[in-house]
Design a protein around this ligand. Structure first.
Ligand SMILES: Cc1ncc(COP(=O)(O)O)c(C=O)c1O
Length: 390
């Protein structure tokens, strides 16, 4: 086992920034009231919650009442899809939903459940070899009864951005709502929902140095949602349950820091992932390929496929060398099946089990990258020799 440890799984989660933690702490021990209570403890918690909501809103150019705090990114996606589709059925405004083939399972499984258990119509759009949808195929898939298009801003496994401006314009021209899962992209992108054609947008602060256990869903004013979580009417009836004030405060601070530091973070990430990608492709020109779009991609995500190798074997050996990585999305680690995303971008069986995702962060250094490259070359060489023997 190695002494040195390097965390290259920031796409799965990030450490909480000490500035975020400091802002959250008082809401556990001093201002711990329930924001729905009318006494002074409740009122101070309520004020903090509403200030956090307003801050998140203003950072993405939304009104405070358009921001819903949820329990995680998955819940934001669930609320967007189920909430819009149930309301569309109740209002008689639509029965058809469109998603892409490489959505995170928080979207894809929700869409499939809406189809299989609730009898909505679902179109799953294919993607091209770079992992991007083709706008003409989207245009052809829109029907008079299409209620919602849900396409992610950036893919968690292969890092590709989607053409969300084009998608949103298409949706708007056809009178269809557009939700984007911006859970990965929000670490490196600013949003201006007042001018962008986006109707619903999901974020998860634990991807950008905020806490786990909280998510955000932006819902454009006037959009009708039927909430899957009913109860005390919190979040304007869109998400029942006592609000987590500390996490809402942490969300606002983490997003504020993304806004302030975005350019320097992105430049740092880009330099590291470029070094990693160039190094790996040069070392294994035949047996390693970059997955996802070569340039239109998350700057902190370097993703690869290795021919005739198992991503899980790679992860195990990397872990023994002190390097934490992922074979795709965190949720799929340990699953030996071919990666659906790699199949969706057209890779054949020789490549689809050999996915590797390395996601860098603010603390990652050039030395970490060089060390990782050195270890990876040794590990891959060893695994290739083993594969050749058997
Ligand atoms: C694109 C995307 N969507 C949804 C999720 C789910 O977010 P959470 O784990 O906060 O529920 C993730 C997490 O990896 C993600 O990357």
């Amino acid at each position: 086992m190695s002494e040195k440890v390097i965390y290259l799984d920031h796409g799965a989660s990030t450490p909480v920034d000490p500035r975020v933690l400091a802002a959250m702490l008082p809401y556990w021990t001093e201002m711990y009231g329930n924001p729905s209570s009318s006494h002074r403890y409740g009122r101070s918690a309520f004020m903090a919650l509403e200030e956090a909501r307003a801050a998140v809103g203003s950072l993405i150019h939304a009104q405070p009442e358009e921001i819903v705090f949820t329990g995680c990114g998955s819940e934001s996606d669930n609320l967007a899809l189920r909430g819009v589709m149930w309301a569309a059925r109740a209002n008689g405004t639509g029965n058809h939903l469109i998603v892409s083939a490489i959505e995170h399972s928080a979207v894809l499984q929700t869409a499939v459940q809406l189809r299989d258990q609730f009898h909505f119509d679902l179109t799953i759009l294919p993607v091209d070899e770079n992992g991007q949808i083709r706008p003409d195929e989207l245009a052809a898939a829109i029907r008079p009864d299409t209620a919602l298009i849900s396409i992610m801003a950036a893919n968690n496994e292969i890092g590709s951005f989607q053409p969300i401006q084009t998608i949103g314009e298409l949706a708007r021209a056809r009178g269809v709502l557009f939700h984007t899962d911006a859970i990965q992209a929000s670490a490196v992108r600013r949003w201006d929902v007042a001018s962008q054609p986006i109707d619903l947008l999901s974020m998860a602060p634990h991807k950008f140095y905020g806490p786990k256990g909280v998510g955000v869903l932006y819902v454009r004013q006037g959009i009708d949602l039927i909430s899957p979580l009913t109860g005390g009417g919190q979040e304007d009836g869109r998400r029942a349950g006592t609000s987590n004030v500390a996490f809402a405060v942490g969300t606002a601070v983490a997003l504020q820091l993304v806004d302030q530091e975005l350019e320097s973070r992105a430049a740092h990430y880009q330099a590291l992932t470029r070094r990693l990608t160039t190094g790996l492709l040069a070392a294994f020109p035949e047996d390693c390929r970059q997955t996802g779009h070569p340039t239109d991609r998350l700057p902190h995500n370097a993703s690869f496929a290795f021919r005739h190798l198992s991503g899980n074997d790679l992860l195990m050996h990397l872990d023994m060398a002190g390097i934490a990585a992922s074979s795709g999305s965190a949720c799929k680690t340990g699953n030996p099946k071919p990666a659906a995303t790699l199949q969706a971008i057209g890779l054949d069986d020789a490549w689809t089990k050999g996915g590797l995702r390395l996601t860098v962060g603010m603390q990652t250094t050039q030395e970490d990258i060089d060390y990782t490259l050195e270890k990876l070359q040794a590990i891959i060489g060893r695994l290739q020799r083993l594969t050749a023997v058997y």
